[in-house]
Design a protein around this ligand. Sequence first.
Ligand SMILES: Cc1cc2nc3c(=O)[nH]c(=O)nc-3n(C[C@H](O)[C@H](O)[C@H](O)COP(=O)(O)O)c2cc1C
Length: 410
Amino acid sequence: MKNNLINTKFTLPCGVRLNNRLVKSAMTERIGNKKFEPTRGHVRLYEDWADTNAGLLITGNVMIDHKHLESAGNVCFEERMLPQLNRWANAGKKKGNHIWVQISHAGRQTNKFNATRPLAPSDVQLKKIGLFGKPRAMSEGDIEKVIEGFVKTALLVKKAGFTGVQVHSAHGYLLSQFLSPATNIRTDKWGGTLENRSRLLLTILREIRKQVGQEFPLSVKLNSADFQKGGLTEEESQEVVKMLDKEKIDLLEISGGTYEKVAFFLMNEDEGQVRESTKRREAYFMDFAKKVRAISDLPLLITGGFRSFDFCNEILENGELDLIGMGRPFITDREKIGGFIEGNVPVLNNLVIRTGIKQFEDAAEGGYYARQLIRFSKGKPFERNLSPTWSSTFLVLYEMKKALSRRIFQ
Ligand SMILES: Cc1cc2nc3c(=O)[nH]c(=O)nc-3n(C[C@H](O)[C@H](O)[C@H](O)COP(=O)(O)O)c2cc1C
């Protein structure tokens, strides 16, 4: 039998050691309560995910500002929540796993249920069927508050007993909006040149590092590209990687796309063609990874489309990546992941969600998986036959209801 690289330990630059190379990537849970607190559902989800034995579990995005949510069910950390946060952290560490919190600010991708005029680098509105209001360009004071918000949240992450933090600078959220010339048309020190557009991300990282210390894992999720006209290009993203390489971060996770150009789901091909498409699908961001390896020593994680043991093992063996990230298999195949890590399960599920209506596929895919997570949080099992069309409608109604109940509460 071949060496099993997936089931080997990995030491990060800060000295922390992960039990194996499999990472559950961030998937927004949407189950926070009216007070933006985590719930029993978070504990249940993470206890089950800890049982997969994945070396690292990254939480869904936790927002640094309750006015700029990605979902009405997001959690926003506050000191008063430490007991609940601690229960969540302990659930994720149950099997010696690491549990890191992804922290974010949605900027212009805050939907109208949560903010009609969200703050963003510039007043460039998202082009997406009326769900997102025209943003207001941030003042210098607003930017300062964002820096404080990231740092405060990172400190609470550590205090609550989570074992690391990931700064979300991908998928078109605030920090990714600052990086992109399409959404950042500022003329001050936070816009214009790539150096200026990266300033907010780098400032936040340096401040967090100062506060959490050298031994606490600090990671960044970055787009390889926005995949849209005028957005962050691959070449610019590589320049950002060079800047990150000089910072003391422990892990770089590569992803891509924004709400306008969803790319994190792209690699799902038709199920009938799985064999031919496997390589392509699994090669999702691999080309970019090679370029990153050439210019940086940062430990590297990629998420998106990885499903087969042999392929994952091979890219670890070739040194193309240090860690393998997965999202949807942690929903469709939770009980098989332990076997996958041990080399006893050759391939994980590649469930394809299709409605046949092109403009609707992203929403249906997102809705389908979001609904499964909400089910899991209530102790219900995976339900393969959920209607994708209804799931996306369900999600919009769920968001409206949650946003409304939070507004009433406030
Ligand atoms: C339901 C769902 C929620 C997600 N939420 C987040 C999130 O909060 N933060 C993030 O960075 N990525 C998020 N993603 C993207 C995943 O981390 C991952 O990049 C994507 O699912 C592709 O990986 P996969 O092919 O293994 O599923 C989400 C994906 C899904 C399916």
